[in-house]
Design a protein around this ligand. Structure first.
Ligand code: NAP
Length: 353
């Protein structure tokens, strides 16, 4: 990332400067130092019917890689020179919007910057002093909702069935596995490395977790699923998908949530054409595979069900949640790359202010 100042001497958030991280160049494949740029400018001024927000927490999520491309997608790309998109928890500093007062915390889509001016639309008020503000970017926010709605409405797990999910210690995968256990299923995780796999079993309560970097990953996954796989919650694609295909039971369900193993590819992956294997499995095993984009596919009914379940489970200690906190807005570009390549451990959030 280009920075106007010494990156070893990061600027703190101040009341008179707005730091913004903008898209400098569209990456071909893996983002590099030229993809994003830190800029500074004046703090925007709020007018009538608007409020001034100070960013406190910024969420980092795999979908952000897709917004750096201008290929056709479900959401518009970030413009070149535009502020990187992202959900934040912010504090209201001044407000001329009914229902929002200085000191309130809000959930907003104001992106990778210190300050923003918004009207009240698309902004959720979290109140003056929410217990865990950053959790609204994770377990109580979009990733938690994704896990809950995708697993229960598309995966339709039944007691005794086997549910497999990769990125098993991330905010989506960890939640999928824990809900599967609550629903009486066998939960098998896939994660990168021994430490993450131990966390999935010992802390999150998965029945087993397999390291996708192991030489004999496919054999280990088959051994962990002696009765086959009834629900495969697809987070990653790649080697994990190919290992799962031969294990899918008749009438298995596959909610397609993401494919992070391929997000940095600029061409098709090496190796044989897997199309016949994938479609052949769907046909022979009568598999239901359904893609979903959380806020397009599901609405207020599913969101209310999620919030009711999740707040209860958290209070009862039935769901555990892990965050990785990155310090400072200027650290966000490198942290996003870490996230895409598995060097995060838990939900990644940036403490901005
Ligand atoms: N459809 C929707 O509406 C929606 C909404 C939210 C999220 N998503 C998707 O859900 C998935 C999980 O999101 P998240 O926020 O929970 O991410 P996350 O787990 O915090 O981070 C991504 C993880 O993917 C794993 N990974 C990266 N490369 C991999 C590879 N080659 N093979 C296997 N695993 C790999 C890494 O975990 P390991 O080190 O454990 O491998 C990495 O930590 C992503 O695909 C995301 O795009 C979709």
């Amino acid at each position: 990332m280009d920075t106007p100042d010494d990156p070893e001497d990061p600027m703190p958030q101040t009341r008179d400067t707005n730091r913004r991280i903008v898209l400098a160049n569209r990456p071909k494949g893996r983002p590099d130092d030229d993809s994003l740029r830190l800029e500074t400018g004046p703090v925007p001024k709020a007018g009538a019917g608007e409020m001034l927000l100070r960013t406190v927490w910024l969420s980092l999520d795999p979908y952000m890689r897709g917004r750096m491309d201008d290929a056709k997608s479900y959401a518009a790309p970030v413009e070149l020179g535009g502020v990187m998109t992202g959900q934040v928890v912010a504090e209201v500093v001044t407000s001329d919007v009914d229902g929002f007062a200085p000191g309130d915390h809000v959930l907003a889509g104001s992106g990778w910057q210190d300050w923003a001016v918004l009207d009240g639309s698309q902004v959720m008020n979290l109140g003056r002093d929410p217990a865990h503000p950053s959790w609204h970017l994770g377990i109580l926010g979009m990733p938690g909702f994704t896990a809950h709605a995708g697993l229960l409405n598309i995966g339709e797990p039944k007691p005794g069935e086997t549910v497999v999910v990769a990125a098993a210690t991330g905010p989506v995968g960890a939640t999928v596995g824990q809900i599967a256990k609550i629903r009486g299923c066998r939960a098998v995780g896939v994660a990168g490395g021994a430490e993450k796999c131990a966390h999935a079993v010992e802390v999150l309560g998965f029945d087993a977790c397999i390291d996708h970097r192991s030489d004999d990953f496919e054999a280990q996954l088959a051994a962990a699923c002696p009765e086959g796989i009834d629900v495969y919650f697809e987070n990653v694609g790649g080697r994990t998908l190919y290992a799962v295909l031969p294990l899918l039971n008749p009438f298995a369900r596959v909610p397609v949530c993401g494919m992070v193993a391929w997000y940095n590819l600029s061409t098709l992956p090496d190796g044989p054409d897997r199309g016949p294997q994938i479609l052949g499995t769907l046909l022979r095993q009568k598999v239901k595979m359904q893609g979903f984009i959380i806020f397009d596919t599901f609405g207020p009914t599913e969101h209310a069900a999620f919030l009711k379940d999740m707040t209860g489970w958290l209070q009862e200690g039935k769901v555990r949640y892990r965050e990785q906190v990155v310090e400072g807005l200027e650290a966000a570009p490198d942290a996003l790359l870490d996230l895409l390549e598995g060097r995060n451990f838990g939900k990644m959030v940036v403490r901005v202010g």
